[in-house]
Design a protein around this ligand. Structure first.
Ligand code: SF4
Length: 339
């Protein structure tokens, strides 16, 4: 099997790469862009640097100016609440480090495996369950790529490869193409899934080359985006996602239920309808993974289930995502039942 080239290579400063290069990288810059000051946040901001601010301009432009409660802003602004410790919140809430079977490979569930194709993201979401993940130990260089592909090749039960990260669409298209080609050479792999938030914050990432990569392979391709609020989607998303869907890529979305962002039935219902208008089907509504630093986003299971019931009552079934919690050591995501 051919070795895929190294993953981390400089992203060219054209198209989406140029937009990414112009991303805001400090809370001060972000506050200035949305016409707010630290004084607008009585609880203060976090000064810890381990998980830096990173927000592309197109996402900032969708925020309401002068609104400290803006649901897009709250996803990316480091509040002082991140520094609070809570015994139920840990640095590895999903026990991923136990399923990190090879460098860059997470094998949790039967039949599918996760490849951490890139260690960076285009946006740093404050609630991210991988905010403490040891990416530096999981960088895939040439040797590790081969080992990761060999791991998949030696297990005939793996029929689906999920490209994750970080964000796998941080890879240049040429490199992504090499990776998809190498995966397609493994006969027992039938499906390719790409999990990404990058096109949500930079719609230009939905390039024609990406469509080619996902459709000119024998693998059946699914792109799973991560949209949390209806205001995150724009006409450019509708146009580019429409082309992907026309080309035959299955398009899904997963959402994290976040206090202050989307914890209302009205917002969740509007989100499902907006997703559909943008060619995406709601797939999962995740209860927050209990990662240290994200306690302030937590919505209780009881509240989550009540919201889910309202969605069931007001939406057609195909627009109601599965409400799930991910639990370390479980063989699948856990559906939430009545509490
Ligand atoms: S884009 Fe995804 S992986 Fe990256 S910080 Fe946001 S939630 Fe985490």
């Amino acid at each position: 099997m051919a070795i895929v080239a190294q993953t981390e290579k400089l992203i060219p400063l054209v198209g989406w790469g140029r937009v990414l290069a112009g991303a805001l990288r400090s809370a001060d810059e972000l506050l200035q862009a949305v016409e707010l000051t630290v004084a607008d946040f009585p609880e203060g901001l976090s000064i810890a640097q381990q998980f830096p601010v990173l927000v592309p301009q197109p996402f900032v432009e969708l925020m309401r100016k002068g609104d400290p409660c803006d649901p897009l802003l709250l996803q990316v602004l480091p509040l002082a609440a991140e520094e609070q410790m809570h015994p139920d919140f840990s640095i590895d809430p999903l026990g991923e480090q136990d399923t990190n079977v090879a460098t860059g490979v997470i094998h949790k569930y039967h039949g599918r495996v996760l490849l951490l194709a890139a260690s960076g993201c285009a946006v740093n979401c404050r609630y991210c369950f991988r905010r403490h993940f040891p990416y530096s130990d999981n960088r895939l260089g040439r040797t590790q790529w081969q080992a990761a592909l060999d791991y998949i090749a030696q297990d005939a039960s793996i029929s689906e490869v999920i490209l994750s990260g970080g964000d796998p669409l941080m890879l240049q298209d040429e490199r992504l193409a090499e990776l998809v080609t190498a995966i397609a050479q493994i006969p027992h792999v039938q499906r390719l899934r790409v999990h990404s938030r990058l096109p949500v914050v930079i719609a230009e990432r939905l390039t024609e080359q990406l469509t080619d990569i996902l459709t000119r392979t024998r693998l059946r391709s699914t792109l799973v985006l991560h949209v949390n609020h209806p205001r995150e989607l724009t006409p450019m998303h509708a146009e580019r996602l429409g082309k992907l869907r026309q080309a035959g890529v299955t398009l899904l979305n997963q959402t994290v239920l976040l206090k202050g962002v989307n914890d209302s039935a009205q917002v969740l219902i509007e989100l499902s309808e907006t997703l559909f208008d943008h060619h995406l089907l709601p797939y999962y509504l995740h209860v927050l993974d209990r990662v240290q630093g994200a306690q302030h986003f937590d919505v209780s299971s009881t509240e989550a289930y009540a919201l889910y019931q309202q969605m069931l009552a007001q939406l057609p079934g195909y627009l109601v995502p599965k409400l799930v919690r991910e639990e370390a050591g479980q063989p699948h995501k856990t559906p939430l039942h009545a509490f």
